[in-house]
Design a protein. Structure first.
Ligand code: XIL
Length: 374
């Protein structure tokens, strides 16, 4: 856990440099790259430098396309593959690996000075997990151990040094509930599959930050309690767990104070925390204008919750344009949960997020650095 103090120092240094010589795109007279004035013409990634965090987006399959890629590289300094690094894509058949699409994404990221989150090595949930049938059929522990080892070793090895963080295990808990999900890995290996997966990944890339990533643990309740306990158990077991990701899919109103508390409690274990898959659906009531304004506030509040916790180092949105959102398939069309509209125009939510990033003091009582606890 030696990482956290280093990260805190890094953030403080970044912040200090921002205070001494405010980064800001507001003063375009001196530099087009500067970002102080909210509402001025800076990108999210420039704004994120002010608060010393990274701002990421999940990138869809077949991402090439002029407008899409232009906005992606202009606004974000981190990417996650929405699908391209999942098991069913990287090893669709046993022993047959395919990294073509993921390689293209990593190359795009490197060419544009963006970090890459690896998502995900192990994810088997009944609803939308990414484990191919040949894995789900395995019952024999030794066979499962061999398959898990080959997968993690090959995938993490392939991207070693180019992916800074891995969601080693995604959604280990019941989606709605607070016990470990009894997926194929659990069935074959028992609960220790999580620690085993972390150790395998760490052996191959000791510099990668290794995460457990969880859905619907953003508010107070039994799920976050179970997640905190899981993190505690893994750490007590000596597993190389470095971070916990809260996905941040908000199907209803976010509860930013609870989110902040959850992040802080995980950080207090010595972990890095991230919001890894943010999207916030429009609330159903009110005029369109009121809905969009509420969404602006929601994005601002969620960003502030992360900014208030020194170990919260990156926020990743699950996409960026309403033109392509997984929620159209998952909850039906029209939830418009992202920050650009379908024509790549910034929505009010874009400005809410940017305001928090560029001017964390505007978070009020949560303002950074007053609440730095690192
Ligand atoms: C989703 C993708 O966005 C979809 O395109 C895919 O069909 C299913 O998976 N939690 C996660 C992500 O961790 O991997 C999921 O991504 C969304 C929920």
């Amino acid at each position: 856990m030696g990482r956290v103090p280093v990260d805190c120092v890094l953030r403080l240094v970044l912040l200090a440099s921002a205070l001494v010589q405010p980064l800001g795109c507001g003063d375009s007279s001196t530099s087009g790259n500067r970002c102080t004035a909210v509402g001025s013409d800076c990108s999210l990634r420039q704004a994120a430098q002010v608060s010393g965090v990274r701002i990421g987006a999940a990138v869809r399959s077949g991402f090439e396309g002029d407008a899409y890629t232009r906005v992606l590289v202009r606004e974000f300094d981190s990417v996650t593959a929405e699908s391209a690094m999942k098991w069913n894509q990287t090893q669709p058949r046993r022993g047959v690996f395919d990294f073509d699409e993921a390689d293209r994404l990593v190359a795009l990221a490197e060419a544009n000075d963006m970090a890459v989150r690896g998502h995900t090595l192990v994810w088997d949930q009944a609803t939308i997990g990414a484990t191919p049938p040949y894995v789900e059929e395995i019952r024999d522990p030794e066979e499962m151990r061999a398959v898990l080892s080959e997968h993690i070793t090959t995938v993490v090895g392939h991207f070693r040094g180019r992916v800074d963080a891995w969601d080693v295990v995604n959604e280990p808990l019941e989606t709605v509930g607070s016990t470990l999900y009894e997926n194929a890995f659990h069935r074959a290996l028992g609960p220790s599959y999580i620690a085993e997966a972390l150790r395998l990944a760490h052996d191959v890339d000791p510099h990668a930050t290794l995460f457990v990533n969880e859905v619907l643990a953003d508010a107070a309740g039994p799920k976050i309690e179970a997640l905190i306990q899981l993190a505690r158990d893994l750490l007590a077991d000596g597993a190389p767990l470095h971070g916990v990701g809260l996905q941040g899919h908000f199907f209803g109103p976010p509860r930013p104070q609870e989110l902040r508390r959850n992040l802080q409690e995980l950080a207090d274990l010595g972990l890095i925390v991230e919001l890894t898959e943010i999207d916030i659906v429009l609330r159903p009531a009110g005029s369109r204008e009121a809905q969009l304004e509420q969404q602006r506030q929601d994005y601002f509040d969620v960003a502030c919750a992360c900014l208030a916790v020194a170990s919260c180092r990156r926020m990743t949105l699950w996409g960026f344009t309403d033109r392509f959102t997984w929620l159209d398939g998952f909850v039906g069309p029209g939830s418009a949960p992202l920050i650009f509209n379908g024509a790549y125009g910034p929505k009010p939510a874009y400005f809410g997020l940017r305001e928090a990033l560029a001017k964390p003091a505007s978070c009020g009582e949560w303002s950074y650095p007053g609440s730095v606890e690192g």
